[in-house]
Design a protein around this ligand. Structure first.
Ligand code: SF4
Length: 710
């Protein structure tokens, strides 16, 4: 297949983890239009509104077009050459490393970087500098899912693929408003249900979202009670004889502990904890037990929680107990939020990992990567992960921070902590495509990066499918690919820090980086040693693993009941319900829930450029149940102050019966550029899951007060 002609380029959408293929049309200078790539297995020609309007985001206003540096915090940044920018970055980082050690610097990346970008940054931090202080905004989105998979199956990533969503008789959709957050995948399951109306959906969500509104059964649980719900369902499945004892004995360990634990999760108790009818819980368990094939889809509602890993494990327990895994239409399937959260995991671009799903604390894994990277500085302990990283910048332990392709002032919990950290840092580098983010004012050095339509590399979507990202037009101004920026910095830093062993970052293009990445995966669970750009050009996007000699990727893992654990068996985990980090109280009586809008993405740096995307929801608001408004004498449109001990924001209120009484909802997207107030993360907690280190961005306890305008 011809992937690129003069005016037509096959590439991948830069927004969500569905990873839709698209055909970009250009006139050689400008992008004219996009359409869904009918040959791409993820979307089969479909695109959502965000994807379709990508050409409208390409204007140069608001773009970072040349490197800019400020001499002091009191001055504005001034345009400089790439040489000055890179030499300054190298000198500031090297001076700090030489004076205070490798852990005095840190990198904070993004699930929107491409795999090749991620690979170079990871090698640079762990293989050249010798610090594991490299984490990513993917920590905020799917690290609980990673730990759930690793603890249960011994390896990361979902067992199945998108076809399983269509083949399932029962879909459990937990903590995911797919209709908004993964629209094209939602269209696929919607079409499957239209063709087979007997298929069932159970949606588990405190809000009656557009996804929940289409469910056969909506379990509107109290926030943070998912573990209790799953334990209660398992209690009923065992009681009603749906457990598959043969599978449990042959392919799992730890069942007896879980069986003993869930004995206490009686239907009455669970219904009370979750705030649902006992009959609905019984029906959910019955449908799970009697369905031939069950697939569970889950996302931020499970992951962004201080019990995120436990929630994943409690759901996986249901699949293991009933052998709902390892065959078409059956299995637990985490949805990744960002376009390349999965690719970042593959190259080990997080503080807790090494390349190709290796473990930093495993001496054999370190030795393997030391050989690949010709490095004797690979750290043996995990570095600082997202929240801890900015804490360390605030305390002065980390003195220089490099932020690439993300906006932590908007997206991290407890925003004031991040602002204080960046003010306190000795040197902040921001590698960005846009100058308009809430993080941009904090950058001492701004490095202009290329963006969608201009970038080259690859990404992996939620189903483990690797797709190429191709440039359709030339990079504007002096923007450069993220891989190029990381490589140029690494080469110069290498010459300064280890002048006797240079030459480890001599990549001519992204293809050379991808080839090295593939080599590091040989023999690993995600083995793609048989894959290359050439094969991706010839055969199109491929699932992993794709080992040497393979002609196609593996559609499903664990089909033989063998897992990646030391004994080959999947592990049950006995996990107890603990609830949310913030508890509501007389002072802070409301549950604040956060989530996405259909037509916006993250901090709106890109989607906010398209007026058409504001037609769905035009401005910021806080949604509240009408009965709560009536009881408190609140009228729609009044300005509410929503606050807790961490901060306060002002928003107009709107009535919504999607919410239960006692809960309010604020979308995650709004920020100072689109609304005079800071975003909702002024209010969220920096408390994290103790296993995944993922913060509880989904929930906070707050109070609301009407603000009288003068
Ligand atoms: Fe892009 Fe996701 Fe929409 Fe597909 S569903 S077009 S990947 S935003």
């Amino acid at each position: 297949m011809n992937q690129r002609t003069e005016f037509e380029t096959r590439s991948t959408c830069c927004y969500c983890g569905v990873g839709c293929g698209m055909v970009i049309r250009s006139d050689g200078e400008k992008i004219i239009s996009v359409e869904g790539d009918a040959s791409h297995p993820a979307n089969l020609g479909r695109l959502c509104t965000k994807g379709r309007t990508l050409p409208l985001t390409m204007a140069n206003d608001g773009r970072a077009l040349y490197p800019a540096l400020r001499a002091s915090r009191d001055e504005a940044r001034q345009r400089v050459s790439w040489d000055v920018a890179l030499d300054t970055a190298v000198n500031r980082f090297a001076d700090i490393i030489e004076a205070h050690g490798p852990d005095s610097v840190a990198f904070y990346l993004s699930g929107q970087l491409l795999t090749e970008d991620y690979y170079v940054f990871n090698k640079l931090a762990k293989g050249l500098i010798g610090t594991a202080n490299i984490d990513t905004n993917s920590r905020l989105c799917m690290s609980s899912a990673v730990m759930g998979y690793k603890k249960a199956f011994g390896a990361d990533a979902p067992p199945g693929n998108y076809e399983d969503l269509e083949l399932a008789d029962l879909l459990i959709i937990a903590g995911s408003n797919m209709a908004y957050a993964h629209p094209v995948l939602f269209r696929r399951i919607e079409a499957a249900k239209q063709a087979h109306p007997e298929k069932r959906w159970i949606v588990i969500d405190p809000r009656r979202t557009d996804t929940a509104a289409m469910a056969d059964l909506h379990l509107a649980i109290n926030p943070g009670t998912d573990v209790a719900l799953f334990n209660g369902m398992l209690h009923l499945l065992l009681w009603d004889g749906y457990a598959d004892r043969r599978y449990i004995d042959a392919s799992t360990t730890g069942f007896d502990d879980v069986k003993a634990l869930v004995r206490d999760y009686t239907p009455k108790l669970v219904a009370d904890i979750c705030g649902i009818a006992e009959q609905d819980l019984i029906l959910a368990a019955k449908w799970f037990g009697e369905s031939k094939n069950v697939t569970s889809l889950y996302c931020m509602g499970l992951n962004q929680s201080v019990q995120g890993t436990d929630k994943n494990l409690a759901l996986i327990n249901l699949h293991l107990a009933t052998a709902q895994i390892g065959r078409p239409g059956a299995g637990p399937f985490s949805l990744t939020g960002q376009p390349n959260a999965m690719g970042g995991r593959e190259v080990g671009g997080m503080a807790t990992m090494l390349a190709a799903h290796r473990d930093l604390q495993n001496p054999e894994h370190r030795a393997e990567m030391a050989k690949f990277w010709a490095s004797d500085v690979i750290p043996s302990q995990p570095g600082l992960s997202a929240v801890g990283l900015f804490d360390a910048v605030k305390s002065g332990k980390v003195k220089a921070v490099w932020i690439a392709c993300t906006n932590p002032v908007h997206s991290m919990p407890d925003q004031q902590l991040v602002e204080a950290a960046l003010k306190n840092a000795e040197f902040v580098v921001l590698q960005e495509a846009f100058t308009t983010t809430d993080t941009a004012p904090f950058a001492d050095l701004l490095l202009p990066a290329t963006s969608w339509g201009e970038k080259e590399g690859s990404v992996t979507n939620s189903e483990r499918r690797i797709s190429r990202v191709r440039p359709a037009i030339a990079a504007p101004g002096e923007t450069k690919g993220d891989w190029w920026i990381a490589t140029q910095f690494a080469k110069r830093l290498e010459a300064r820090l280890s002048p006797l062993s240079t030459g480890r970052f001599e990549y001519e293009n992204t293809e050379a980086i991808f080839a090295e990445h593939c080599l590091t995966t040989e023999g690993r669970d995600l083995d793609i040693s048989g894959l290359s750009y050439e094969i991706l050009e010839a055969k199109g996007p491929q699932l992993w693993p794709f080992p040497k000699g393979a002609t196609e990727g593996l559609a499903r893992r664990y089909t033989d009941g063998q897992f990646e654990t030391a004994d080959g068996k999947a592990k049950f985990h006995a996990v107890r319900h603990l609830g949310t980090a913030d508890k509501t109280s007389a002072r802070f009586p409301f549950h604040l829930l956060t989530g996405r809008l259909r037509d916006q993405w993250h901090g709106m740096s890109r989607t906010g450029r398209v007026s058409q995307l504001l037609e769905h929801v035009a401005s910021a608001a806080v949604s509240m149940n009408p009965s709560d408004m009536e009881r408190r004498g609140i009228k729609a449109g009044q300005l509410l102050k929503v606050s807790n001990t961490r901060g306060a924001i002002l928003l107009p209120v709107e009535a919504s019966d999607e919410l239960a009484s006692g809960s309010i909802f604020i979308p995650m997207h709004w920020n100072t550029r689109f609304w005079s107030e800071a975003g909702v993360n002024r209010l969220t907690t920096a408390k994290v899951d103790p296993i995944s280190f993922q913060p509880e961005l989904k929930h906070a306890a707050v109070r609301v007060e009407v603000v009288d305008l003068p």
